[in-house]
Design a protein around this ligand. Structure first.
Ligand code: ZN
Ligand code: ZN
Length: 258
């Protein structure tokens, strides 16, 4: 699981302490409602802060409403966290019965979860179960009058694909083991990682290799030139084809988990 703690995303302190609950019925899945555009992972922590501010300042709640949130890159952000009563399911009884997990999915723009996000939701559910959650996996609309979590996400909820361990079988075949986008900034740090080598091998397979030797684990100019070829192959131009990986071109490259 790619877990992002409150400290890592820059959460404000909760106004009041959270009430502990066991949520022994299970987990409910939510979407954002409203428009949401998928972006690079570097923007996700800021999005969490924005949602937290709207919950605390706009709605007057004690904290970010959900226990966990999963971005389109499959990272699991700590909201109220494990063992805490959420404020998302509709009323106190519902909030005690089920933990609440938010997916960064809108009702326009990014409306269907990515393969990485589906895997992240499974991670989030497994984590909550390990901390006492019951076996049910439901949508917000189950037992409460709301559209949430939207059609695409609700189909996923009812398909069984969010059951921890469901893996690559039930959903789309794309969830098998592709590496989520590590974020643009990561590449600019000149990383040395098996993920860079795995990316390079995929670029070579796509006919985009610009390597004299390699590809290898150390990010370098040959990687950037190769990645620029991939971006041009996808039809990107100008600054969108500068060789610095972005979330959408990465998602289409299907880099295996290193
Ligand atoms: Zn909801
Ligand atoms: Zn993200």
């Amino acid at each position: 699981m790619r877990f992002v703690s409150r400290a890592e995303w820059g959460a404000r302190a909760a106004r009041n302490g959270h009430q502990a609950v066991a949520a022994n019925r299970g987990v409910k899945v939510h979407y954002l409602g409203g428009p949401y555009s998928a972006d690079e992972h570097g923007t996700c922590a800021g999005y969490m802060r924005k949602v937290q501010n709207s919950h605390m300042d706009g709605n007057g709640w004690s904290d970010f409403a959900y226990n966990l949130a999963v971005c389109e890159h499959g990272y699991v952000f700590e909201g109220r966290g494990r063992n805490a009563q959420n404020a998302a399911n509709g009323n106190t009884t519902l909030n005690r019965d089920h933990f609440a997990v938010l997916a960064f999915v809108g009702d326009s723009g990014h409306t269907g979860p990515t393969a990485e996000q589906t895997a992240g939701l499974r991670d989030a559910i497994a984590y909550l179960r390990a901390n006492g959650a019951g076996r049910e996996i439901r949508g917000h609309r189950d037992g409460y009058a709301t559209e949430c979590p939207g059609g695409a996400l609700y189909r996923l909820v009812t398909s069984g694909a969010l059951e921890p361990g469901a893996g690559s079988g039930a959903d789309t075949g794309t969830a098998g083991g592709w590496a989520p986008f590590p974020g643009s900034e990561w590449f600019r740090t000149g990383p040395r990682s098996p993920l860079v080598a795995a990316m390079g091998r995929r670029l070579v397979e796509e006919g985009c290799g610009a390597y004299q030797q390699g590809p290898g684990p150390q990010w370098g100019e040959a990687d950037r030139r190769s990645y620029a070829r991939w971006q041009r192959k996808l039809g990107y131009a100008g600054g969108d084809a500068d060789g610095w990986p972005g979330a959408s071109s990465w998602a289409r490259l299907h880099v295996p988990k290193a």
